[in-house]
Design a protein around this ligand. Structure first.
Ligand code: SAH
Ligand code: SF4
Length: 353
């Protein structure tokens, strides 16, 4: 006889969990109880100590085939300023992903991964340099947020986790369905209850995914990694631009903003001499003219696989002044917090929502 399929309880939306309990011939009331244990108590197992109010028959069923797949910490490192803590978390198959807890302006944000590695190959990105291994499941995405929520609680933090950015390893729109299920679970008001306006998804510019988000009017914030304002310059940094050219990307962004009424954050990794001159600032200003937009400037976090250097602070400020003065375009320069722990390969761009 085949062993029962082992379920990761973090894979289920609340509705799916209720349906699973009905299939098992249990009352959905028990599913609600289990949900509370998972997301309000942040329980790490289904045993009697962690979930005393689950009936024994439910616990026995779970023992045979379902548990929360907690991600063990392989490594945790703090930035020297104490604002960022990076976790290397282990998956069941031995792969590892990065999850980062960031403190910024009194807010705590979890920066979570959507894939092991990434297929998009952006030349300056450590994850891109690794190549693609596999998609994460919804449960593996959710478990990262639960990990950060648990870390906050065990540190005695007064606040719960309120902000999530999908800016860790991987391209979230390449793993669309799993990411959207995970977001539904994170948003559930009877669970972690992360408000939609506090979830930001960052994409390299997967045009079909952006159009699907627009059609589905998904409530979340969208960040688009632009980095260059001409097709040739962009394709040199972001190989995915050959598949989804800049004009198609901008058309998709316009459709998204028109369908949702929301502005998009455009990310721009500042690389000395490559995309950080006043001419580049004017080019992006012109490209985004008339669009509801904010530019997030991220000085390059150097990686071993790319020779570029980060833009100096003065040049970043000058870039920002041009966007403001000549194009009335709001922008932020991200502080390079956590660079001393190699945090998220410089992917810790907090969209200043
Ligand atoms: N795949 C998605 C989300 C993860 S990367 C995307 O590309 O948007 C999150 C952000 O970090 C992106 O804007 C990305 O271009 C940027 N980034 C990646 N590597 C970087 C580095 N070495 N220095 C600065 N920013 C980097
Ligand atoms: Fe992938 Fe984003 Fe890195 Fe590009 S920047 S390789 S899309 S993770």
């Amino acid at each position: 006889m085949n062993p029962p399929v082992r379920l990761n309880l973090y894979d289920f939306t609340r509705e799916e969990l209720r349906a699973q309990f009905v299939r098992w011939d249990f009352s959905p009331v028990h599913a609600e109880r289990l949900w509370n244990y998972l997301y309000l108590q942040l329980a790490e197992s289904c045993d009697a100590t962690a979930m005393p109010e689950l009936p024994e028959k439910v616990r026995a069923r779970l023992a045979a085939g379902g548990k929360p797949d907690v991600l063990p910490t392989a490594l945790a490192t703090d930035s020297s300023d104490g604002f960022t803590r990076k976790y290397l978390l282990s998956l069941a198959d031995g792969e590892r992903i990065e999850t980062v807890l960031m403190r910024f302006n009194g807010r705590v944000t979890a920066c979570i991964s959507s894939q092991v590695g990434c297929a998009m190959g952006c030349v300056f990105c450590a994850t891109g340099q690794m190549g693609y291994t596999r998609h994460l499941t919804p449960g593996e995405i959710v478990a990262q947020a639960v990990h950060v929520a648990r870390a906050l609680r065990s540190a005695g933090e007064p606040h719960r986790l309120r902000n999530v950015v999908l800016m860790g390893m991987g391209e979230p729109l390449h793993n669309y369905d799993a990411v959207m299920s995970a977001i539904d679970i994170l948003r559930d008001s009877a669970g972690l209850a992360i408000a939609a306006e506090r979830i930001t998804l960052s994409t390299v510019g997967v045009v079909p995914g952006i159009l699907r988000l627009a059609a589905e009017k998904r409530p979340l914030h969208l960040a688009v990694s632009l980095h260059a304002a001409t097709q040739a310059e962009r394709a040199a940094l972001v190989p995915a631009a050959r598949k989804w050219p800049l004009d198609e990307l901008m058309a998709a962004c316009r459709t998204y903003s028109e369908a949702t009424g929301r502005r998009i954050f455009y990310e721009w990794t500042l690389i000395e001499g490559k995309n950080d001159t006043p001419e580049h600032a004017r080019a992006v200003g012109n490209l985004l003219r008339g669009l509801p937009a904010q530019v997030n400037l991220i000085p390059l976090n150097p990686t071993s696989g790319y020779a570029g250097a980060p833009t100096h602070n003065e040049a970043a400020k000058a870039f920002q002044r041009i966007l403001a003065a000549e194009f009335s375009l709001p922008s932020t320069v991200r502080q390079r917090r956590g660079i001393d722990i190699g945090a998220g390969c410089g992917q810790l761009a907090v969209a200043n929502a």
